[in-house]
Design a protein around this ligand. Structure first.
Ligand code: AP5
Length: 212
């Protein structure tokens, strides 16, 4: 199963991609997670990406295509993968076509539809675990114990780019740069739209149906 999950910031891509990858036994490839790891490790990539991410802008296509190409060279990608947050520009979509070659015909693209007005509330109340990457929401999906990750016990925190100002900029970037990517996959008849509003389990069922 080779899947792209696409959608605006806070639409639930990370939440659903983790579940889907675990169920299908394939890697979950999140360019956002890869970049956050680079920032935490203080690598050259991380130093370049940190201020761009914090402000809600997009990291350059060259850097993103470089890390994705490296990830695709690992053998675990052969059995399938869930791409989350990539591609998010037309240049990246065309770059992915080159990376996967003929395998591109087997790509399935699911777009999570969530209106902008629901996004800001989802993101400003999100908490994530910096240690294991688990995702929470203070109202919809809180950890069992205040501020403590259920899975690994680390303190859960708000992401540096989860401010209202950065979220609005990320939404602008989605409409400007990523909606053309959804049009690109629509024109190839591989895009399925899924309503991203409702309980997380129900949205997951809809995603599974879109892939069957
Ligand atoms: P990235 O990490 O990809 O962020 P994003 O696309 O903005 O998406 P989010 O992670 O914010 O949200 P999500 O859709 O995963 O939602 P989640 O499941 O967490 O990218 C971050 C930054 O890195 C970018 O801004 C950019 O700078 C850079 N970057 C990354 N990839 C790049 C690329 N390819 N090119 C260039 N730059 C790149 O859910 C959100 C919240 O809602 C959670 O609290 C969750 O619990 C809750 N929730 C989930 N589902 C539901 C539901 N059904 N009902 C109610 N609440 C829900």
């Amino acid at each position: 199963m080779k899947v792209i999950l696409i959608g605006p910031p806070g639409s639930g891509k990370g939440t659903q991609a983790k579940r889907l990858a675990a169920k299908l036994g394939v890697p979950h490839i999140s360019t956002g997670d890869m970049l956050r790891e680079a920032v935490a490790d203080g690598t050259e990539l991380g130093l370049k990406a940190a201020p761009i991410m914090k402000s809600g802008g997009l990291v350059s296509d060259d850097l993103i295509l470089g890390i994705v190409q490296d990830r695709f060279a690992k053998p675990d990608m052969e059995k399938g993968y869930i791409l989350d947050g990539f591609p998010r520009t037309l240049v990246q979509a065309e770059g992915l076509d080159k990376i996967v070659g003929n395998d591109g015909e087997r790509l399935r693209v699911t777009e999570l539809l969530v209106p902008d007005d629901a996004i800001v509330r989802r993101i400003t109340l999100r908490r994530t675990c910096p240690s294991c990457g688990a995702i929470y929401h203070l109202e919809n999906q809180p950890p069992a114990t205040d501020s403590v990750c259920d899975r690994c016990g680390a303190e859960v925190i708000a992401r540096a780019d989860d401010t209202e100002e950065a979220v609005r900029k990320r939404l602008d970037a989605f409409h400007r740069d990523t909606v053309p990517v959804t049009d690109y996959y629509k024109s190839k008849s591989v895009l399925r739209e899924v309503d991203g509003i409702g309980p997380i389990d129900e949205v997951f069922e809809r995603i599974e149906q879109s892939l069957s």
